[in-house]
Design a protein around this ligand. Structure first.
Ligand code: HEC
Length: 208
């Protein structure tokens, strides 16, 4: 064995350098050419569901966010993202449609690096497991009311769900509080930048 020592050392060093180049240097080179977008930029345009939230929950919306605007949309998205991180939703949900296993048929267009180059995605929320569906194309899949019912009691709309209930996003009248509204705004924003025609191209088989 001893005479192979040097070969193993050289092979090890080469493998390390290759890994460092492919997984360290290459991504940095790719991403530095894409400008990092701010939360305010990501909040524009305001989604129709954010406008609808103000209609669905007028008193709560006025109390927590005031008027519908790009500024309040940005505030809601940032808080919603922070709540998503704090509650560890990412422990069961990914935000990354991979180019394998026909994931694009289920979730929509495969994710691209450019989608992550913005301050809404720091930290990255690729997720660790997939107990629940990928959420990167969640915008508009369900109504605001559905999300409210689902967060309050997942089994009220998805009978066999193993998702925990989050009653602390609601006040005593079961109306969403500020964190609840922000989280729904965030979920309805995820993937709203994807062109409708790209989703339509999926046909009946996609976006269940
Ligand atoms: C223990 C794992 C788990 C955790 C933690 C979890 N979920 Fe889920 N989630 C699921 C499962 C399983 C489903 C599929 C069944 C259902 O619709 O409830 C789901 C479904 C969903 C859906 C519907 C997706 C679709 O397209 O139909 C949304 C939205 C969602 N979760 C958001 C969240 C948010 C926000 C949090 C954190 C506050 C969260 N989840 C935490 C497991 C989880």
């Amino acid at each position: 064995m001893e005479r192979f020592g040097a070969s193993f050392l050289i092979a090890g060093v080469i493998t390390f350098l290759l890994g460092f180049f492919l997984q360290g240097v290459m991504p940095v080179l790719t991403l530095t050419s894409i400008p990092t977008r701010t939360i305010e930029e990501m909040a524009s345009p305001v989604t129709s569901h954010f406008v609808q939230l103000a209609v669905d929950y007028p008193e709560e919306f006025a109390r927590d966010f005031g008027e519908v605007s790009e500024a309040t949309h940005a505030e809601a998205l940032e808080l919603g993202r922070d709540v998503y991180v704090a509650e560890a939703c990412w422990h069961c949900h990914s935000q990354f449609v991979r180019p394998v296993s026909n994931e694009d048929l289920r979730f929509g267009p495969v994710s691209s690096p450019e989608e992550y180059q913005n301050l809404m995605n720091l930290p990255h929320l690729f997720g660790t497991r997939r107990v629940g569906p990928d959420l990167s194309r969640e915008a508009g899949k369900h109504s605001n009311d559905w999300h409210a019912a689902h967060l309050y009691a997942p089994r009220s709309v998805a009978p066999y769900s193993v998702m925990p209930a989050y009653p602390w996003f609601f006040d005593d009248n079961k109306r969403p509080n500020k964190r609840g509204l922000a989280l729904i705004a965030y979920l309805q924003w995820l993937g709203s930048w994807i062109d409708d025609s790209q989703l339509a191209a999926l046909g009946d088989g996609g976006m269940q």
